[in-house]
Ligand binder design. Structure first.
Ligand code: 7PJ
Length: 280
């Protein structure tokens, strides 16, 4: 890890960044693209979160609004109804922190009140009131780059130079956050693979991780089971695990601090082997 930030303090639960860390995905949406509807029940969600922790997850990321390409937005109350009971049920059962995948300031506030220790926002706190919410909550936040919005983002995305554009956007958002009360040690950056990017752009962006990780902030990457893995392997959703793990290992090797994945056990094995054996 190249960033200056050595650990994340997620409302008292510490994530040390001394080696690549795993964020396990727990979707509570009925329409999420890869496991939608599988973890809707509260007890199922608790069980899956516990299994991911035992398998090596360092953070559990709960999302109640699908951000897959073409997805419609979810009303505030519906999102709260999906995520808050699950956070309340899961947090006491886990040792690792829970992050909330949301763009809505009200959901951020209620999720942290319910026990979440981190915010993961694919809109990089651009919704009104979101920066203030995170400044007040004083928990780590992942700022992700997206071009446009989930409904339209895959319609012919255009960049000047994708890696540069994304890096500049993220650094500007980070500066804006710091100027508005968010501590630098609470900022994590994510280039947002698949969010308004073609396969070619995703590949160029991946190569650019070597530069992104030299900045002041830890970098988080999510490529798990995404279309780019499908395009590179010719495989459908259930068969993208080996491709996803390969990308996670490469990202970690390039200095990425946290990988966001569905398949925690397989990724943990791969990272354990890779970090032990790879020396240049
Ligand atoms: C990402 C995310 C990602 C961060 C999703 C999926 C689609 N949050 N939320 N980074 N992707 N930070 O689960 O593949 O890449 S939703």
């Amino acid at each position: 890890m190249n960033s200056d930030i050595r650990e994340l303090d997620c409302a008292g639960r510490i994530v040390k960044l001394d080696r690549p860390r795993i964020m396990g995905i727990l979707n509570v949406t009925p329409d999420s693209f890869s496991d939608g509807g599988r973890w809707l029940g509260k007890s199922d969600a608790v069980q899956h979160a516990t299994e991911m922790q035992e398998a090596g997850a360092d953070i559990i990321d709960i999302g109640g609004e699908s951000t897959r390409p073409g997805a419609e937005t979810v009303a505030l109350q519906q999102e709260l109804d999906r995520v808050i009971p699950v956070i309340e049920a899961i947090v006491p059962e886990l040792a690792v922190p829970v992050s909330i995948d949301t763009s809505k300031p009200q959901v951020m506030r209620e999720a942290v009140a319910a026990g979440a220790g981190m915010i993961n926002d694919v809109f990089a706190l651009q919704q009104d009131g979101a920066v203030q919410a995170v400044a007040d909550l004083a928990v780590p936040v992942c700022l992700m780059h997206m071009l446009g919005n989930p409904r339209l983002m895959q319609n012919n995305p255009v960049y000047d130079e994708v890696a540069n554009d994304v890096r500049q956007f993220l650094r500007e958002r980070a500066r804006h956050c710091e100027n508005n009360g968010i501590l630098s040690r609470n900022i994590v950056l994510d280039p947002g693979f698949g969010f308004g990017k073609t396969l070619e752009q995703n590949i160029t962006l991946f190569h650019g991780l070597t530069t992104l990780v030299t900045g002041a902030y830890p970098v988080l990457v999510g490529v798990s089971r995404k279309a780019m893995i499908g395009q590179l392997t010719g495989r459908g959703m259930p068969d993208r695990v080996p491709g996803s793990i390969t990308a996670a290992v490469l990202a970690a090797r390039m200095g990425v601090a946290i990988v966001r994945v569905h398949d925690v056990e397989e990724t943990a094995d791969a990272l354990n082997v890779a970090t032990a054996l790879w020396r240049v």
